[in-house]
Design a protein around this ligand. Structure first.
Ligand code: SAH
Ligand code: SF4
Length: 357
């Protein structure tokens, strides 16, 4: 497949700049954007409002389809999981989820992940490269084109950056991606409808705060003390809770925004009542500005040391937090019949490929 860069990586401003540099009128950028994001063409030849010379230039330099659908799974609850193949053969995952408030898409930011959390399917495969901004936007467009083809007039309304990879380890491309999807003249997905999840890189949490964006931030916490957190997430050795929480304080002070913590419940590892009480102590100071999302673990074959917590354990854990005035929720599950946890479909496909050689 083509290795020309995806046209979706250009902000409207970058597109105008590129046109001027190439001797074209910069006002054409608006026409191109309209074709990409309102008419949502799937081929350059459909850009009828753009003149032939300019089209040829675009076609020589950029691609509209740098990835192809490899596998698509549709779950009974309407969740659709796309396994996409990039131009270099790498596989990534994108998931469409139907929520009460709209249609949310979960995007991948890297091919593999170097953070290597001990419970996660994505971390099983080392990162081979970062995705470009264009490749991240193109995942949204792939889902939007799928919705367009169904003809019900549905639109992607929300984005969660929670697919394969650590978004803050691909910071510049992430920010570029956010700039494209938020643009009111394009997809116009408001910042407050987007959530970025990080395993917790303090310097990047601060940099994100400094951007002054309205985009939500979620922190994967998973344990209330360093010993347990290091056991579950190796990154805690480099960035222990003290450093992480300092960065969280900075984020809250700088932005005046709320923050979300994510906490996967692993049976008899981090789901005890004492652990819940310790978590309540840790989060006490953030009570007014933070919420915690308890996530039932999706078991991963290679991580058989971890099982999903029992409903009793989940309820007990939740009650301790609630009694302490912590704003806790239990995550609704999507597409459990189709390997919907982060990186699972991809790692299964790669195992199949290995078995076939
Ligand atoms: N790397 C970032 C974003 C991608 S992971 C991060 O770690 O935050 C997005 C979320 O999915 C994280 O909270 C992660 O802990 C969670 N997750 C990963 N594997 C999971 C699994 N098997 N079951 C449930 N949640 C999982
Ligand atoms: Fe990477 Fe996030 Fe998975 Fe950890 S949970 S290995 S940071 S994708």
């Amino acid at each position: 497949m083509t290795s020309k860069p995806s046209i979706y990586g250009l902000t409207l401003e970058a597109m105008s700049g590129w046109l001027t540099e190439n001797g074209e009128k910069k006002s054409r950028a608006a026409h191109i954007w309209k074709a990409l994001y309102s008419e949502r063409v799937s081929d350059f030849s459909q850009m009828t409002a753009v003149n032939a010379d300019c089209l040829q230039l675009l076609q020589e330099r950029f691609s509209l389809n740098t990835m192809k659908e490899f596998v698509k799974q549709e779950a009974s609850d309407g969740t659709v999981k796309f396994l996409l193949q990039l131009h270099d053969g790498s596989l990534i995952e994108t998931v469409l989820m139907r929520k009460k408030y709209g249609l949310s898409v979960c995007v991948t930011t890297q091919v593999g992940c170097n953070i290597g959390c001990s419970f996660c399917a994505s971390g099983l495969i080392k990162k081979s490269r970062d995705l470009t901004a264009g490749e991240i936007v193109e995942q949204i467009m792939t889902v939007q084109h799928y919705l367009d083809a169904a003809g019900n007039g549905e639109k992607v309304t929300n984005i969660v950056v929670m697919g394969i990879g650590e978004p803050f380890d691909n910071f510049e491309h992430l920010i570029n991606f956010l700039d494209v999807v938020k643009d009111r003249k394009g997809l116009a997905i408001a910042a407050k409808r987007i959530t970025v999840s990080t395993s917790g890189i303090p310097a990047k949490i601060r940099a994100f705060a400094d951007l002054g964006t309205q985009t939500h931030l979620a922190i994967s916490l998973h344990a209330p003390n360093n010993e347990l957190r290091t056991q579950i997430m190796m990154i805690n050795r480099a960035f222990p809770l003290e450093k992480l929480m300092d960065a969280v304080r900075y984020y809250l002070d700088t932005t005046g925004r709320r923050i979300m913590f994510e906490y996967i419940l692993l049976s008899e590892v981090n789901d005890g009542l004492e652990t819940a009480a310790q978590l309540a102590d840790l989060l006490d100071e953030f009570k007014e500005l933070a919420s915690i999302n308890l996530i039932p673990y999706n078991p991963v074959d290679e991580h058989s040391q971890y099982q999903r917590s029992t409903p009793e354990a989940i309820n007990g854990f939740y009650d301790v937090l609630k009694k302490r005035g912590i704003n806790a929720t239990v995550r609704m599950e999507h597409g459990t019949d189709i390997d919907a946890a982060c990186g699972q479909l991809r790692s299964k496909q790669m195992k199949k490929d290995k078995a076939a050689v």
